[in-house]
Design a protein around this ligand. Structure first.
Ligand code: ZN
Ligand code: ZN
Length: 128
């Protein structure tokens, strides 16, 4: 593999075309989708709840990210297929399944189980 670093004046990783407008400029934002990636193992996962790296992602350019900042669900045309920089895309509607955190395994949702003082208490049998 030949890497021509001089060709890439920016330090930012090349994420390929924006999944909203298809533009190639300033694509720097990766959005995690709650669907399965077209190619298992090339998406997002979670070590906390043991989610495999099979979650679909979309990438967004700065212009689209700014335009849709207040929208929780940008109008994606495409989702990433494979690694973002490789440029593979599939129509967003082709994504299958559901990919979401198992919140019962996340510390933030486990907090309610930690009401008690975690200090270990030793009970001396002092009544001898
Ligand atoms: Zn865009
Ligand atoms: Zn998780």
């Amino acid at each position: 593999m030949i890497t021509d670093a001089a060709d890439d004046p920016l330090d930012a990783p090349d994420l390929g075309p924006c999944c909203v407008c298809g533009g190639l400029e300033d694509v720097q934002t990766i959005v995690m989708l709650d669907k399965k990636a077209p190619i298992a193992g090339t998406g997002w996962g979670c070590v906390v709840c043991d989610l495999p790296s099979d979650g679909a992602v979309a990438v967004v350019c700065d212009l689209c990210a700014a335009a849709f900042e207040s929208v929780s669900d940008p109008p994606f045309q495409y989702a990433v297929s494979g690694w973002p920089g490789a440029g593979g895309r599939v129509p967003i509607g082709e994504l299958q399944g559901t990919h979401a955190h198992d919140l019962t395994k996340h510390p933030e949702s486990a907090l309610e189980f930690q009401d008690h003082d975690p200090e270990v208490q030793y009970f001396d049998d002092g009544d001898e």
